[in-house]
Design a protein around this ligand. Structure first.
Ligand code: SIN
Length: 305
């Protein structure tokens, strides 16, 4: 009998450990299509802010071979439409939904969390780590242990019955301290990593940056080693479960995230590059590798390294 990849995360069952991540998928229609894919266990929305946002100037996403650079600039329809979208997504799927929210000031996070809770998502993810809006936010909240703790604490005061996930950045020497503080503040789970950088790629012929915003966060296979190190640092620092992400595009990548300490595994750039069916491919490869390696349960390899 082959391995069963069903996973429980914060007591909520997932038919697959693979989930979509907030990031470059913006449209709710794409999320509705994603939810129909068998290999996907849960859906994360694009981060929702109080007001609608057009996003940064185009082009917002570009490939550089072993990764992509993005500066979407948190393009989203705002909280009013965001609530409507989550309610309609919930009608289309029984799979758990992670509502991602982003505040431009700390005080916006509890307001957003309370509002989005009305749509009854299964989780609320606090995006404390977008690398593309420094001019508006200053450095991301998740670079500061104390601010990260306050963000979680303020949200936990107003949302009691939905697990709160803190999405963290690799772009800090204080990751272990941040993660320790957010667990102390009551976070139910961690999501890591957000994009690395920002970085820049140049269109040589045009003599200018490729990305409309000049700079953007790096993701995809190029950042997988950084993701694995961060996930393992987090796993060794706290007890709360981890959604690991950063450069997963095949079954072995996903299993490596679990070996580093992740319970769920986020897939982002691989969807951008290979289409939504990549979830089925990764799911199948995970099973094949586990069966070939005699891995009977994902629990047996979680944090094994
Ligand atoms: C963006 O919208 O610029 C990317 C979102 C993120 O990295 O949090």
């Amino acid at each position: 009998m082959g391995i069963n990849l069903k996973t429980t995360f914060c007591k909520i069952p997932f038919t697959s450990p693979l989930i979509s991540v907030s990031g470059i998928v913006v449209e709710i229609s794409q999320n509705i299509k994603l939810a129909q894919i068998k290999g996907i266990g849960g859906i994360t929305t694009k981060s929702i802010s109080i007001m609608p946002r057009e996003g940064n100037p185009i082009p917002r996403v570009a490939s550089f071979g072993i990764g992509i650079i993005n500066s979407v600039g948190l393009r989203n329809p705002g909280i009013d439409q965001g609530i409507i979208d989550i309610i309609s997504l919930k009608k289309q799927t029984k799979k758990p939904i992670i509502a991602s929210i982003v505040g431009f000031q700390l005080y916006e996070l509890p307001i957003l969390a309370k509002r989005v809770a009305v749509a009854k998502p299964d989780f609320i993810e606090l995006n404390l780590s977008c690398p593309n809006v420094d001019d508006e936010i200053g450095r991301p909240i998740a670079t500061d242990p104390l601010l990260s703790a306050i963000a979680v604490m303020e949200v936990k005061k107003v949302v009691k019955n939905i697990p709160i996930i803190a999405k963290l950045t690799p772009n800090t020497p204080d990751l272990k301290k941040v993660v320790f503080e957010v667990e102390e503040a009551g976070a139910d789970a961690i999501s890591a990593i957000n994009a690395v950088g920002p970085g820049m790629i140049i269109d040589f012929k045009k003599r200018k940056p490729v990305i409309g915003n000049r700079i953007g966060g790096l993701s995809g296979p190029a950042i997988k080693p950084i993701a694995l190190r961060c996930i393992n640092d987090i796993y060794k620092t706290v007890k709360i479960p981890i959604i690991g992400m950063g450069g997963v595009s095949n079954g072995q990548d996903a299993l490596e995230m679990i070996m580093a300490g992740a319970t769920l595994v986020g897939v982002g750039v691989a969807v951008y590059k290979h289409g939504q069916q990549v979830f089925d491919k990764i799911f199948k490869e995970m099973k094949e590798i586990c069966n070939a390696e005699g891995i009977k349960s994902l629990k047996n390899i979680r944090g094994i390294i």
